[in-house]
Design a protein around this ligand. Structure first.
Ligand code: GLC
Ligand code: CA
Length: 556
């Protein structure tokens, strides 16, 4: 199956996120690589996805899992070469799978040649103007320009020893670019063209809301003042109006290709209506909707998020994006297996569950069976919605978060910068289990860069492949049915219509395709006469009652 030229492929694509270092290790150094992805193209094709999104594979000191990019136009030698990249893209395209890559324009890595130049060139130089350098405060300029904290903890300013500091919203090894600088702006256009010319089909834009900043305040506003300012035009760092000029420029680049390159922004803003601006047709086309990551597992929460997002997509000409897991958040099979948040928890985190316990290393008791049942139900629900779904490697196996990694193995800067208070995101990044045995459960010939827990064996691809009721086979069936249904005009041309559902359940249709989700109805929801085409639960029973935490797809 070769690629078609449909310019709108991204609107309803099933996109599978690959975290390259943890996907498959072809050469046995314990680190996943591009050749490993190429080897697994048959697996991806059988899964039935439309595109992959690769997290960064660029040369990097790995201070933040590769999101500290030292060279935007090359491949980390530990992961492969540009020739490996070309081979991987060719193999994926040959299998009808498109390729989205991650672009990290808010910051580089501190090993980037322009950052090294900036350090060497000294205060006031054009080289420093490409980043965000400020004089320190105090008589000897030894104090940071403001009390801002980085996302991973610690100060957001790093001194360079000559009275100046540079801004890093993330790790000190991730100096923030100055995107007002014309050279930096031109450089990113060059980068987008470099990869587009190589046949890359789209870009995921990291930290998309923060590329333009207002640091004109003198003194700069305090952290408390910044915190109290809603994201938007008045905020110095998040969601400023000028950021859209960048995406309009990039859209012109994307549209100079046939088919136009696609874009999806990682946009963390409070107001979904402002998020939708990034997703407009003049800009990226899509922005991740993370609202389901923050919502509870319940009919009212899901329906509220879905209705709002579909309205926004319709108003902006975008398409919705549905996300339950990624490399930054706790895997949804774990999130849904945790007890509901208490009022006291809400002060720690704003989310509905107690997942913050995991991130604080306190290993809460998970109900693993309930977590998996809910995860499977939620996945079938989002796959039936208009828009595209973004799946994260390993969720098709029903993997949970690994909560007991030894501290010595941890890699996430959040762990180091918070001095262990936050354990970080490594638990969602443990190398995939492909086989039930061997030194890395089939991930590669040698021990993996993060240790796999014993229970991973039971979730290995080889094990699930042989079990018709496995999560892997559920994903395969769901993606295949979804693809068939989306090819039908009576589905494509129908708006989503909400149907009545019993308390604790949710039901909608798109033409003949009906999706019924029983979130919490303990009695179960009786299914109508016709056989469901797909059910997330393993056993429906003879009387065709959809139990709690289960989804059914019906075809009228
Ligand atoms: C995004 C990435 C995350 C990374 C951060 C800084 O949020 O998804 O993994 O740490 O940006 O680049
Ligand atoms: Ca390797």
């Amino acid at each position: 199956m070769a690629l078609d030229r449909n310019p709108d492929w991204w609107r309803d694509a099933a996109v599978y996120q690959i975290y390259p270092r943890s996907f498959a290790d072809a050469n046995g150094d314990g680190i996943g690589d591009l050749a490993g992805v190429t080897d697994r193209v048959p697996y991806l094709a059988k899964l039935g996805i439309d595109a992959v999104w690769l997290s960064p594979f660029y040369p990097s000191a790995l201070a933040d899992g590769g999101y500290d990019v030292d060279d935007y136009c090359d491949v980390d030698p530990r992961i492969g070469t540009l020739a490996d990249f070309d081979r991987m893209v060719a193999a994926l395209h040959q299998a009808g799978i498109r390729v989205i890559i991650d672009i990290v324009p808010n910051h580089s890595g501190s090993g980037h040649r322009w950052f090294k130049e900036a350090l060497a060139a000294g205060p006031g130089s054009p080289a420093r103007a490409r980043y965000i350098f400020r004089d320190g405060l105090g008589p000897d300029r030894s104090q940071a320009p403001s009390d801002w904290r980085g996302m991973f903890g610690g100060s957001a300013w790093e001194p360079v020893g000559d009275g100046q500091f540079y801004l890093h919203l993330f790790d000190p090894a991730q100096p923030d670019w100055n995107l007002d600088n014309p050279e930096v702006r031109a450089e990113f256009v060059r980068v987008l063209r470099f990869w587009s010319d190589k046949g890359v089909d789209g870009f995921r834009v990291d930290v998309a809301q923060s590329l333009t900043k207002d640091l004109s305040g003198d003194p700069l506003p305090s952290a408390a003042e910044v915190e109290a300012t809603p994201a938007g035009p008045g905020h110095p760092l998040y969601d400023r109006d000028e950021v859209h000029d960048i995406y309009k420029e990039w859209r012109r680049v994307f549209n100079s290709y046939d088919p136009p390159r696609a874009g999806v922004g990682e946009v963390w803003v409070d107001d979904p209506a402002r998020r939708a601006i990034y997703a407009g047709p003049e800009e990226l086309g899509q922005a991740f909707n993370f609202d389901l990551l923050l919502a509870g597992f319940g009919a009212a929460d899901f329906r509220r998020v879905i209705e709002r997002d579909l309205d926004l997509a319709a108003a902006t000409g975008s398409s919705s994006t549905w996300v339950l897991s990624n490399h930054d958040v706790i895997r949804h099979a774990s999130r849904y297996g945790l007890p509901a948040a208490t009022a006291a928890d809400q002060q720690e985190r704003t989310t509905q569950g107690r997942e913050w316990l995991i991130r604080r290393g306190r290993s809460p008791q998970e109900d693993t069976a309930l977590g998996l049942a809910r995860a499977r139900a939620a996945t079938l629900a989002i796959m039936a919605l208009p828009g595209s779904v973004y799946l994260y490697q390993g969720e098709e196996l029903g993997l949970r978060e690994v909560t007991d990694l030894p501290d010595a193995a941890r890699q996430d800067p959040a762990f180091f910068r918070s001095e262990g208070y936050e354990v970080g995101r490594d638990g969602a990044r443990v190398p995939l289990p492909w086989a039930a045995g061997g030194p890395s459960l089939g991930f590669g010939p040698a021990a993996p860069h993060l240790p796999q827990p014993d229970w991973y064996k039971g979730y290995a691809v080889a094990v699930e492949d042989a079990d018709p009721d496995s999560t892997l086979n559920l994903y395969r069936r769901a993606l295949s049915v979804r693809r068939q249904l989306l090819a039908r005009a009576d589905v494509r041309e129908s708006e989503l219509v909400w149907l009545d559902a019993p308390e604790g359940a949710m039901q909608f249709r798109r033409g003949p395709w009906r999706c019924l989700v029983n979130f919490t109805n303990r009695e179960g929801v009786a299914l109508p006469g016709e056989r469901p085409v797909l059910v997330s639960a393993k056993d429906l029973g003879d009387n065709r009652v959809l139990g709690e935490a289960a989804t059914a797809w019906l075809l009228d």
